[in-house]
Design a protein around this ligand. Structure first.
Ligand SMILES: C[S@@+](CC[C@H](N)C(=O)[O-])C[C@H]1O[C@@H](n2cnc3c(N)ncnc32)[C@H](O)[C@@H]1O
Length: 243
């Protein structure tokens, strides 16, 4: 048995890959991943062989990586952002029995890099919500939205809109508006990649056209406010200990 690293490569730019993740990639004989993620680390891969495929190729990709590791290779299976969150770490464990030579290496998930671009919107309890209905029916997503409203959570919305699925984001933001008012929203497209766009707005002024599948929307809670163009959710230090 060789070794399988499941590596989160962060949002895009290489200086946001952890040292452990970078070392794993550089020490691997073979790199496997979704096409777009392989492109993001192209210059790190050099001449190493790669295996890449597209969406819905996840099972084939993981099986390929596991088989190559079983045959003695050192393999990095790369995932965008973190290697677990809406990514492949759990599928790896589901598809094999011998965990000894598997190492999960975390990465900076999009919510964290997006938050840093916007200011400090997630200093309080946070929900990460995906609007993709490929693996989770929208009926369940709507129940989760109700729970977010009850808890007044800051929410990072992943997979907010695709070509086939362009209505859910509006439904979710309207629910937030009805239950909690005109919350502040931060939109970051292509975070830490080429053509990055950062925009801060309110639910009633929300620009749905700039949102795509390479975007995360962070919606603040009822305490989130704007200061000099930055989105801030107070942790509560000043309220409790400030003079
Ligand atoms: C399948 S999920 C993968 C999440 C990834 N494992 C992570 O931890 O960031 C893909 C979604 O993550 C978000 N995303 C990932 N990287 C992003 C980036 N660099 N900029 C904006 N959104 C990103 C988008 O909402 C996208 O639709």
């Amino acid at each position: 048995m060789g070794k399988l690293f499941v590596v989160g490569i962060g949002p895009g730019k290489h200086d946001l890959i952890t040292k452990r993740g970078l070392d794993a990639i550089l020490s691997s004989d073979l790199i496997c991943g979704y096409n777009k993620y392989i492109d993001l680390i192209d210059s790190l891969i050099g001449n190493k062989p790669t295996f890449s495929n597209g969406m819905k190729g996840e099972i084939e990709r993981v099986k390929f990586a596991l088989n190559k590791a079983k045959s003695g290779k050192t393999v990095s299976l790369v995932c965008g952002g973190d290697s677990s969150l809406y990514a492949l770490a759990s599928l790896v464990f589901e598809l094999c029995e011998d965990f000894e030579n598997i190492e999960i290496i975390p990465g900076i998930t999009a919510a964290l890099s997006v938050s840093a671009r916007l200011g400090a919107p997630i200093c309080e309890d946070l929900v990460i919500l995906s609007l993709s209905d490929l693996l989770t029916p929208f009926e369940i997503i709507k129940k989760r939205v109700d729970a977010i409203n009850i808890g007044d959570f800051v929410t990072a919305i992943y997979n907010p809109k695709s070509k086939k699925r362009d209505k859910y984001l509006k439904v979710v933001l309207e629910s937030f508006y009805q239950q909690r008012g005109n919350l502040i929203c931060g939109i970051v497209k292509n975070c830490e990649r080429d053509n990055e766009i950062v925009k801060i707005t309110k639910i009633t002024d929300f620009d749905y056209d700039i949102v795509d599948m390479s975007t995360v929307v962070i919606v603040g809670n009822t305490k989130t406010y704007l200061k000099n163009g930055k989105m801030i959710t107070p942790r509560g230090y000043l309220r409790k200990y400030g003079s």
